[in-house]
Each structure stands twice: as structure tokens, then as C-alpha cells.
Design a binder for this molecule. Structure first.
Ligand SMILES: Cc1cc2nc3c(=O)[nH]c(=O)nc-3n(C[C@H](O)[C@H](O)[C@H](O)COP(=O)(O)OP(=O)(O)OC[C@H]3O[C@@H](n4cnc5c(N)ncnc54)[C@H](O)[C@@H]3O)c2cc1C
Length: 485
């Protein structure tokens, strides 16, 4: 089923417990700030009826009929290539801002399909996979918006879950009954949870036997009793008095929450991992690989905003042919195309899970793309600032442009290259300020370095998964060592 946008909006008005800037919010759609992440999510539902997007966002499933492309289980390299195209097309339609609405939830679904099947094979526990596949049908046929809360708040990072002085610093099971389990704890940074229909909760790390109460995965509706969302301040929008000074964030942004679970009941049919601590780490890794593939897919489009803004700013300033400006721009091109190449290589060299036949993006190419993005996104921002000049920090506000006493000065003194009016150059610099000199910049820097996993997490995975044998054989041959050594 393909849900229409109005039904989506209606479905999230369900009494969920949301807090923003110190107040409980009962009507997200009517809230002046929270309506933006809601409309951002809604955009995905709207675009399905646009003929230009239909073929990318919807596919014909043999069992369920037309459903969201995000839920197409990757069974071939081409499926993964198309998944990246879906993520990219949606990001572009959302003005370069990633739309997580069904991306992260399907990343979790695919990882859980593989892990629950492994539980069946290795431990004879077939019920988890059956439950998961029933839940998959529930999600797909209702076209649900899903958030995924993996990252625990973690307390003292040097300690394992069971070693933390406060036992709630990793999400854990506190009660078990015939009907289900009760969980307590909190997850950090959960993107778009307040506008999701349901949320997945999965472990954030490998566990030991002593951490078995923390080895739990499940899904619950966003209005589950005891589930509380504390939304971060949306400074990209709320930080500006004049909303036109945030041309991007006033239409597209995503909201993260500190997601608190205070004795939340989860029925058994929504529990997908329960104390099977040996598989917690594998689930965390597998989800991370799918989700980083999603990351490199959207980042090649996000950076187009910076590339386009850099080109426009250079032209407005009349410096488009200066050698250092071309160098700045080429760095941004490298970033974009390396993201694309990483995505394509990860799909073409994907690894088939032997039990389910599901394809997992190649973790080496996925993590290489992600690590390049971590390292060079600050360079993208620096280069845009270099080209645009100091206006990135000192541009007057839109209110001054509208003020009859000052507006004509702004138009006059914003003039640059004669190819652009002063007003147009002002508008370009306003976008540049939002991208490279405002609250969105800080948000994006944090996101490009930490979202979809920290730098260290990607490096650990890359070192673990990289095949060094070919290089070692070559060095051994030239050094005169026999292969056995
Ligand atoms: C914009 C944004 C959106 C996000 N969306 C989601 C989401 O939807 N769902 C979700 O689950 N998560 C989400 N995340 C979370 C993201 O995965 C984490 O931020 C990331 O994994 C880093 O974890 P952390 O924030 O707890 O930082 P930390 O892990 O505390 O990292 C801080 C530093 O501590 C280091 N460190 C951590 N542990 C150790 C250790 N044991 N030993 C040595 N060094 C250590 C790290 O390497 C890093 O250098 C999001 C993050 C951002 C920024």
C-alpha cells in the first residue's frame, strides 16, 4: 500500500509524549518549529504521486502490490544501486537534506532479517525470524514512517553496559512476563523519532554474557506508554528572527531526540533479540553497514548544495576563473564523486548473506566513502567560505533588506559581478551563510562527522574487513620471503 500524505500526518497525532524548548507539545503539525521536520517527512509521501518520482519511490511487490521502494529487500547488486538512486533522488527533492523517513528503518529491517535467520540456524530459535517477517509485512503494507534508535547514551565510554554505575545508561530489560518485556534506559540522537509511526531499538555495540539484559532489539509505536521524546533545539530555524534568512532550514530539516524509555512494555511479537548477547555486536555492525551505505548515497547529493553555492558565489564575485577558486571547487567535486564511487563499488562488490540470500553493501567501500566524508566535509565548508568572502559572517539580515531606510543600500552595496544584481548576490550570500556560517553549519559538521557512526567505529570496521593479503604477497615476493612465512 502507498499511504497518502494526509493519512500520514493524521497518524502521528496520537498523543505521543514530545517536549520542545521546555514545553510539552501536543500538536506537532500546528507547532511553528516542529511542523518543519514533519513536512520534511511528509514530502516523501507527497512525491509518490509526482510522475517524475513514482518509478523511483514505488515498486510493484509480488505479494503486496505497489509499496515503497525503501522496503525492497536487496537481492541483487542492481537492487542496491537502485536503493542508492532512491535515496539520492529523495534527498535532491528535499533540497539536499537527507530524508530518513523510511531509509533508516529499512536499514534496520534488513539487518534484523539476517540476524534473526542466524538465530534460527545457530540456536534453533525460529520464532524471531517469523516475528520479524510479520512485522515487515505490518510496516510495508501500512507504509509506515520508522525511526531507529541504536545509539545508547553510554555513560562512561570506557565501561561496558553492566559496568556503568547507573544501570540505565544502556537500554535494558528490567522485567519479563508471559506477555512481553519491560525496558528502561535512553537512546541519544534519534533522528525524526517525533514524526515516525514506530521506532526500532537495537544494540549499539558488542556485548558480553554479563551484558545480556542489554542485548535486546524490538519495535514499538511512537505513542507507547513511558516513551518520551526530548527534541533538540532546531537552531537552524529558530536561531533566526527573520525566517527568510534560513532559506533551506525553513523548509527542510530533521529533528533528533533524546529518547527516554521509562518502563516501556514491549509485547513478545515485537521482540527481535532477547538476551542473545553473542549476536548483539553482529546486529550493530550489520545495521551500521546498511546505514553507512545510506549515508554515502545521500552525501553525494547534499554536497551538491555546497558545490552549486560555491559556483554561484564565485560567479557573483567575478572570480570564477581564478586558479585558487578552481582548486577550491575541484575539492568539492572530488568529495561528491568519491561518495558516488564508494556507493557504486559498495553495491557492485556487495556480499550475499548465505542463509537469506540478502545482499549487504560491501563494508570496505562503504566505510572508505564514509571516512572520506568525515575527513573532508570541513574542507568543503572551508572552500565555500574562501570563495564567498567575509559576508559568510557579516551579511546584513533580510529584515534590513525589507526596511525602506536600508534596503536600497543593501541592494546597491551588494553588487558584485555585473552578471548579477545586488539583490541576487545578496540571496546567494544568504544561502552561503546558512550553509557555511550559521547554525545549520554546526549541525551539519556534527552530522557529517558522527551521524551513521563515529570515525573510530568506521576505522575499526575498515581495518577488520580489509583484505591485506594481496599487498602482503607482493611485498613478500619482492622481499624474497616464501609465501608460507
Ligand atoms: C545528526 C545526527 C543524527 C543521528 N541520528 C541517529 C539516529 O537516528 N539513530 C541512532 O541510533 N543514532 C544516531 N546518531 C548517533 C551517531 O551514530 C553517534 O553520534 C555516533 O555513533 C557517535 O556516538 P556518540 O555521539 O555517543 O559519541 P561518542 O561515542 O561518545 O564519541 C565521542 C568520542 O569518544 C570516542 N569513544 C567512544 N567510545 C569509546 C571507547 N570505548 N574507547 C575509546 N574512545 C571512545 C569516539 O571514538 C569519539 O572520538 C546521530 C548522530 C548525529 C550527530
Amino acid at each position: 500500500m502507498i499511504r497518502n500524505p494526509e493519512d500520514y500526518i493524521a497518524s502521528i497525532q496520537d498523543g505521543r509524549e514530545v517536549y520542545y524548548m521546555g514545553k510539552r507539545v501536543s500538536d506537532i503539525a500546528g507547532h511553528p518549529s516542529l511542523r518543519i521536520p514533519l513536512h520534511h517527512a511528509k514530502r516523501m509521501y507527497e512525491l509518490r504521486s509526482d510522475p517524475a518520482y513514482r518509478a523511483t519511490l514505488v515498486y510493484e511487490d509480488e505479494r503486496f502490490g505497489p509499496v515503497s521502494s525503501f522496503f525492497k529487500v536487496p537481492r541483487s547488486e542492481q537492487d542496491l544501486v537502485e536503493r542508492a538512486e532512491t535515496i539520492g533522488a529523495l534527498t535532491r527533492a528535499c533540497n539536499g537534506i537527507f530524508n530518513i523517513t523510511q531509509a533508516i528503518g529499512s536499514d534496520a529491517l534488513f539487518a534484523l532479517m539476517i540476524i534473526t535467520k542466524r538465530l534460527e540456524k545457530e540456536q534453533g530459535k525460529g520464532e524471531y525470524h517469523e516475528r520479524l517477517m510479520r512485522y515487515y509485512e505490518h510496516v510495508v503494507t501500512r507504509d509506515l514512517a520508522l525511526a531507529t534508535a541504536q545509539m545508547d547514551v553510554k555513560g562512561d565510554r570506557s565501561k561496558r553496559p553492566h559496568e556503568q554505575p547507573d544501570p540505565d545508561l544502556y537500554l535494558r530489560v528490567v522485567e519479563v512476563s508471559e506477555g512481553g518485556i519491560v525496558v528502561c534506559g535512553a537512546k541519544a540522537h534519534t533522528t525524526q523519532s517525533v514524526v515516525a509511526d514506530e521506532l526500532f531499538f537495537i544494540p549499539s555495540r558488542a556485548m558480553t554474557e554479563k551484558d545480556q539484559d542489554y542485548s535486546v532489539a524490538f519495535a514499538i509505536p511512537a505513542n507507547a506508554k513511558g516513551l518520551k521524546f526530548i527534541v533538540r533545539p532546531l537552531l537552524e530555524f529558530d536561531g533566526y528572527a527573520e525566517k527568510e534568512d534560513a532559506p533551506l532550514s525553513s523548509s527542510n530539516l530533521e529533528a533528533e531526540t533524546l529518547t527516554v524509555l521509562d518502563h516501556v512494555f514491549v509485547p513478545w511479537d515485537r521482540v527481535f533479540l532477547f538476551k542473545e548477547w553473542r549476536l548483539a555486536g553482529e546486529l550493530a555492525n550489520l545495521f551500521a553497514t546498511y546505514h553507512r551505505y545510506t549515508a554515502v548515497s545521500y552525501r553525494s547529493v547534499l554536497v551538491d548544495l555546497f558545490l552549486g553555492a560555491a559556483r554561484l558565489a564565485a560567479a557573483c564575485n567575478g572570480i570564477e576563473n581564478a586558479p585558487h577558486v578552481r582548486d577550491d571547487i575541484l575539492d568539492i567535486v572530488l568529495y561528491k564523486e568519491i561518495m558516488r564511487m564508494a556507493t557504486r563499488m559498495a553495491a557492485l562488490k556487495a556480499i550475499r548473506d548465505p542463509e537469506t540470500g540478502i545482499l549487504v553493501p560491501n563494508p570496505v567501500y562503504t566505510n572508505i566513502g564514509k571516512l572520506y566524508s568525515n575527513a573532508f566535509f570541513p574542507v568543503v565548508i572551508k572552500n565555500l567560505i574562501d570563495i564567498a568572502g567575509g559576508l559568510v559572517s557579516t551579511l546584513p539580515s533580510t529584515a534590513e533588506l525589507k526596511n525602506p531606510a536600508t534596503g536600497h543600500y543593501i541592494e546597491k552595496f551588494m553588487q558584485g559581478s555585473p552578471k548579477f544584481s545586488g539583490l541576487d548576490r545578496f540571496k546567494v550570500m544568504r544561502l552561503v551563510r546558512e550553509l557555511a556560517g550559521g547554525p545549520l553549519t554546526g549541525y551539519l559538521l556534527g552530522a557529517m562527522i558522527h551521524a551513521e557512526g563515529s570515525v573510530a567505529a568506521s576505522k575499526i570496521a575498515l581495518y577488520r574487513d580489509y583484505d591485506f593479503a594481496e599487498a602482503e604477497r607482493l611485498a613478500m615476493k619482492v622481499a624474497g620471503l616464501s609465501e608460507g612465512e
